[in-house]
Each structure stands twice: as structure tokens, then as C-alpha cells.
Ligand binder design. Structure first.
Ligand code: FAD
Ligand code: ZN
Length: 469
């Protein structure tokens, strides 16, 4: 059975693009955090949508599960196969071309395996901006970004990946190619099929191409780091900046002193911007389409007002590209420093922004009572109400045994999230890791509708089974 399917796949994509020996497959089977290694029958890498469709039809014939895979930077075990060894991994890595740019329509058409960084660069070379930006941009793919509806650091101004996509080409679970590559900003012609595939984590079909929205390249982007006493003050600062700067405010990231200490420990070469320690920091970015002077004036007067109102304790405004990069590196190295420190229990949650301070007070206290000395590594996209709320063992590193508390920690955090009307996954998705949590917190009505959609679009249940539902 195995041989017939793999021989069929080889005939479709070429011998060298079907891997089935263990050593060659190994890099495709382990998740980014190294928490899980699955098994697969083969890793198949098609060159175009027709080849993807033919592989899907071959798999459908033998009811073989398919795990679509992009850059494998997802954090919820969505792109790695399970331990059964029954699935094939369908890697989009060969489908990595930028196909077209339409400057007047401000759109770009790309293949799904394009690395996000390459998409950003292609936009830049055309004098425009593709605003999706996240720490994994050097290896994540646009297909993975779409399949997880990725967020990142510019959501406040430009929205999630969903808001940056106008059209898709998708290979359905039946192995048909759906050409929905429309470049329209208005299109009310029935059900919004595109939206179903975005955020579906490869459970409904394989995204093979996308039409993305581009924006004018800002003339100036200014970054500041503001020291604060508490998340409550961070919220006040956010309100002040939104009032004074409007859409010029592009990013508002929160990070605690614990996060910066972690970065300092594992990346000692990165600068520490303040001579003394503060409890919290907001990384703020303004970008202006008019001029550098205007952005500077706006940022300086807003920060001045925040200092006068005792909202901010101190602030540094980056005055060079190197300084800007240094401030952003502090933020972007937090997940990397956490990975270097060892395993921890991660939560990617969202809440109404107004509820965040109370949520933190209550949840921090509950966790410290249940797990004395545990380290709370809290950072994230405060402007979007999205926190990465991570719990590390006492001392902050080592002690893999702490992971045995995962279920109890999740219960405290996620119950608290639910109590505030929040979400247990803001940007990373559900994958296999949060599937049981999803079932716990979604209503039966909502789960039934999701299952009905899955059954309609993937009647054989071969698309990334065991993920989300
Ligand atoms: P993969 O990990 O390969 O796949 C992710 C999911 O999408 C899987 O379920 C997979 O089956 C599916 N999939 C992949 N390609 C396709 C396709 N073509 N068609 C259908 N399904 C597909 N996320 C954020 O939202 N914001 C952040 O700020 C952020 N920061 C991160 C920082 C780091 C250091 C890391 C490691 C991850 C971060 N992430 C963040 C997680 C984020 O989900 C991924 O970086 C990215 O969106 C996934 O892209 P990928 O190509 O690696 O997808
Ligand atoms: Zn994030």
C-alpha cells in the first residue's frame, strides 16, 4: 500500500521531491520548540497547484492524512504529523515565488511557500509596504501566516493576516483547484469562502497562492521605549497615544522587567536602554506618511504629556536606525531567550484591552499561590489586547518536571481568560496542542457549526486530522 502511494507521488512531483528515509524526513517532523517529534510516511514537495491537487487526489484514494507544512514555526503543533506515521507531510517549500505586483491596485500575488521576509522585501523593492511583521519572519511562509491568521507587531494599524489578504488559490480536500485569486476590495457574491481557509490551519484545504494587500511605504517610522510602573499605566499610555496620534500609532508592545532580564541573560550583547530597572516597558512605534519631523513632534509631545501626567516614568526615543533595531531586538528576542532558558508553559491569549490589568492582578496572584516562585514572563501586543502569558518554573529555567503542571496552569489561566470574555488563542491557532482546550471553552453550538463546515469541505477527513477539532 505504502509503495503504491509513494510511487504515485513520485510520478507526480519527481523522485527527488518525495523523501521517505528517516534521516531525510527528520527536519520536517519536529516542531519549532522541540517539544514533539511525529512520524510520517513521506515528505512530499510539489512545485505547483496542479501537483498539489494530484497529490491530494492520490491521498484521498487511499484515505491518507495530509499535513500541510510551511516554515514549521507554528507554536501549536499544527504543521507536524502525529506519532502514527500514517500521514504524508505536504511541504510548500518549493512554491516560493512572488508572481506579480500591481502597484496601482496595491496588491501582490505570491505562492504560498514564499518566506514572509521575501514578501516584505519584494514589496519594499517596489516602493511599498507589506506590513505583516513577526519574529519568525525569516523562516515562516505566507501560507502558514494565512493558515494561522498570524498577527504580529503591526496589527494595531494594519490588522491580522486576514485583513491583508484579498484572494486565495486553494487546493480543496477533494483535490480540485479553486481559483479565488481575486484582487478586489469589494466582492459581495455569496459566502466568504476565502475567510474559511484563512485561520483553518490546513484542516480544510491547501492554500497555494494569495493576493496580498500592499500599503504606501511610510516616510518615517519612530520607535520609543517607555518605562512604566504597571500594566494599568501601560493602558493609560495606550489611550493617550491613540487619542493624540490616531492611525499614526503602528505598534504598542508591552514587556515586563522579567522579560528584559531574560533577554539580558541569554543575549548579553543587546543594549539595556535604562540605567535603572522598571516594572514594565511599552515599545511604541509611530509611522508617518508625511515626514520624519512630523512623526518626531507627535511622538515627543505625546511622551512629554505622558511624563507630565505621571503615566510614564522615563522614555528613550531611538534616534538612529541602529537604536531602533536595538529596541525592537529586545522585544523580538524574548521568545528566543525563553527558548534558550528551557521549557515553559505558554499562553497566547486575548482580552478586551480594558480588562487586562484586572486579569493580570487576579491571574498572577492565583498562579503564585498555586505554584510558589513560578516565573511569569508576560509580554505581547497590548494594543491588540493580546498577551503572551508564559509561566516558567521557579528560577526561570531548567526543571522540565514543571511541565507536568501544564494542565493545572492552563486551567487557572484559561478559566480566568474565559471569565473576562477573552480568547485562549489570539494569534498562534489551536493545532493539536490546544484542541482539548478549544473543546472546553467553545459552546456546543459553535463546535457543531465548525464540525459541519469540516465535514462539508473535507468529507474524508484527510486534511490535517486531529488539528483544531
Ligand atoms: P507552519 O508552522 O508550517 O504551519 C502552521 C499551520 O498552518 C499548520 O497547521 C499547517 O498545517 C498550516 N499550513 C502551513 N502552510 C499551509 C498552506 N499553504 N495551506 C494550508 N495550511 C497551511 N505568530 C503570530 O501570529 N504572531 C507573532 O508575533 C508570532 N511570533 C512568532 C515568533 C517566533 C519566534 C515563532 C517561532 C513563531 C511565532 N509565531 C507568531 C507563530 C506563527 O504561527 C508562525 O510564525 C507563522 O504564522 C507560521 O508560519 P509557518 O510557515 O511556519 O507555518
Ligand atoms: Zn505575538
Amino acid at each position: 500500500m505504502t509503495d503504491a502511494l509513494l510511487a504515485h507521488c513520485r510520478a507526480i512531483v519527481g523522485d527527488s521531491h518525495v523523501l521517505d528515509d528517516q534521516a531525510a524526513m527528520a527536519p520536517f517532523l519536529t516542531d519549532w520548540r522541540g517539544r514533539f517529534t511525529g512520524r510520517a510516511r513521506a515528505v512530499v514537495s510539489p512545485a505547483n497547484a496542479d501537483e498539489v491537487a494530484a497529490v491530494v487526489r492520490a491521498c484521498a484514494g487511499s484515505r491518507t492524512p495530509i499535513v500541510p507544512q510551511g516554515g514549521r514555526t507554528g507554536l501549536v503543533l499544527g504543521s507536524v504529523p502525529d506519532a502514527s506515521g500514517a500521514a504524508i507531510v505536504l511541504s510548500l517549500r518549493r512554491m516560493n515565488r512572488v508572481l506579480a505586483i500591481d502597484p496601482a491596485n496595491r496588491t501582490m500575488t505570491v505562492e504560498a511557500g514564499c518566506i514572509l521576509y521575501d514578501v516584505q522585501q519584494a514589496a519594499l523593492e517596489a516602493g511599498m509596504l507589506f506590513p505583516l511583521s513577526l519574529a519568525a519572519e525569516g523562516s515562516c511562509t505566507i501560507g502558514g501566516n494565512l493558515a494561522t491568521n498570524a498577527g504580529g507587531t503591526a496589527v494595531l494599524r494594519y490588522g491580522n493576516t486576514r485583513e491583508l489578504c484579498l484572494g486565495l488559490e486553494v487546493v480543496t480536500a477533494r483535490g480540485e483547484v479553486w481559483n479565488g485569486l481575486r484582487a478586489l476590495r469589494k466582492d459581495n457574491t455569496g459566502y466568504a469562502l476565502r475567510e474559511l481557509f484563512i485561520g483553518a490551519e490546513g484542516t480544510l484545504g491547501v492554500i497555494t497562492k494569495a493576493v496580498l494587500k500592499l500599503y504606501p511605504q511610510p516616510k518615517a517610522a519612530l520607535t520609543a521605549l517607555v518605562a512604566l510602573e504597571s500594566p494599568r499605566d501601560a493602558l493609560r499610555l495606550l489611550g493617550l497615544l491613540e487619542e493624540r496620534c490616531g492611525p499614526v500609532l503602528t505598534a504598542f508592545e508591552l514587556m515586563s522587567e522579567v522579560c528584559l532580564q531574560l533577554v539580558a541573560t541569554h543575549f548579553p550583547d543587546l543594549p539595556r536602554p535604562f540605567p535603572v530597572r522598571h516594572a514594565q516597558y511599552a515599545l511604541v512605534e509611530l509611522s508617518s506618511n508625511e515626514s520624519e519631523e512630523l512623526a518626531e513632534q507627535l511622538l515627543e509631545s505625546a511622551i512629554g504629556a505622558a511624563l507630565d501626567a505621571d503615566i510614564a516614568l522615563d522614555a528613550v526615543v531611538a534616534t538612529s536606525v541602529a537604536q531602533t533595531l536595538g529596541l525592537w531586538q529586545l522585544r523580538e528576542h524574548i521568545p528566543l531567550a525563553q527558548a534558550a532558558a528551557g521549557k515553559n508553559i505558554k499562553h497566547d491569549i486575548s482580552l478586551p484591552v480594558s480588562r487586562i490589568p484586572d486579569f493580570l492582578d487576579r491571574t498572577n496572584a492565583a498562579l503564585l499561590a498555586a505554584f510558589p516562585g513560578c516565573q511569569l514572563v508576560t509580554f505581547g501586543h497590548l494594543g491588540d489586547g493580546n498577551l503572551h502569558y508564559n509561566v516558567a518554573p521557579p528560577g526561570g529555567s531548567g526543571h522540565d518536571a514543571f511541565l507536568a503542571n501544564q494542565a493545572a496552569v492552563n486551567r487557572i489561566v484559561h478559566d480566568s481568560v474565559a471569565q473576562e470574555g477573552g480568547s485562549i488563542s489570539a494569534e498562534h491557532g489551536i493545532g493539536a496542542l490546544k484542541r482539548d482546550e478549544l473543546a472546553r471553552y467553545k459552546s456546543a453550538v459553535e463546535l457543531d457549526m465548525m464540525r459541519a463546515i469540516k465535514a462539508a469541505l473535507d468529507p474524508l477527513g484527510i486534511m490535517n486530522p486531529g488539528k483544531i477539532l
